[in-house]
Ligand binder design. Sequence first.
Ligand SMILES: C[S@@+](CC[C@H](N)C(=O)[O-])C[C@H]1O[C@@H](n2cnc3c(N)ncnc32)[C@H](O)[C@@H]1O
Length: 265
Amino acid sequence: MLINQKLIWKTLLRSILYLLIGKDKLRFYETIDWQHQSDRFRRADLIYPHYYSSQNFHSIKGGYLNSVAAITYDIVAAYASPPNEAWIRKQLIAAINCQPKKILDLGCGTGSTTLLLKQAFEQSVVIGLDLSPYMLVVADYKAQLADFNIQWVHGLAEATDLEEADFDLVTISFLFHETPVEISQLILQECLRLIKPGGQLIILDGNQKRLRHAQWLIKIFNEPYSKAYAAESVDVWMRKAGFDSVKTEYVGWINQVTYGIKPPV
Ligand SMILES: C[S@@+](CC[C@H](N)C(=O)[O-])C[C@H]1O[C@@H](n2cnc3c(N)ncnc32)[C@H](O)[C@@H]1O
C-alpha cells in the first residue's frame, strides 16, 4: 500500500513537472549526471562564503548548492515576478543605453537574463558568473538549446578575479535580495572595478519600497536577507560606490530596475 502511495505521488509529481517545464527539460533533469556536469564548471579553489553555504534558500536544503535548486528555480521564478517574468526581465534590457561589446551578468543563476542579453546583442561577448555550479549546468543547457555561445564562470560576484575595466555593461538580476547588505555593497565596488569608464551597470530586483510593506512575501519565499534588502536603497548604494546618473524605475508590481554609469575619466 505504502509503495503504491509513493508511486502515485511520484507519477503525479512527474506529470506536474512535465506540464510546468516540458518534456525535453524533464528528460534532461531525470537523466543528467549532476556530479559530472557540475564538475565541468566547478572551480576547485573556490571557498563558499558562510552567508551562502549556511542558508536553505527557498527552503531547499543546502540552498543553491543542491541540484534541486537548479531544477526548480525557473518554475518558481515564473510566479515570483508578476505580472509576467519575461516582460520584467525585458525592462532590464530596455534600460541598456549602449551597444556593448562585452557583457557580464553577475549571479546569473540559470541564465534567464543572460540569454536575453545574448539575444539582444548577438555579436557581443557575454559572460554569466554564478557561485552555484548546478545553476550553471542549467544555464548552459538553456544556452545550448538556444544555440547561443555564452561563457559560464563559477565565481564570487564580490571578488570575480576578472580583468579590470573590461566590460561595457554589467547586469545583476535578482541577486541583491539574496545577499547580506554588506556583500551587495562589495559587489557594487567590484562592478565599478570591472566596468570601463563610461560603461553601464543595471540591477533588476525586488521593489524595495513595496517589499518593506509586504513582509509576508519575504516569508513565503524563505529568503534570509530580503528583509534587510527591503529596508535599504540600491540607488543610494550605487551612488556611494561611485556610480553617476543613478536612477531607479519601478516595474511591474514588485520589481525595480536601477541603473547608472561609471564616471568617464
Ligand atoms: C535568485 S537567483 C537569480 C538568478 C538569475 N540572475 C535570475 O535573474 O534568475 C540568485 C543567484 O545568485 C547566485 N549567488 C548568490 N550569491 C552569489 C555571489 N556572492 N556570487 C555569485 N553568485 C551568487 C546564486 O547561486 C543564484 O544562482
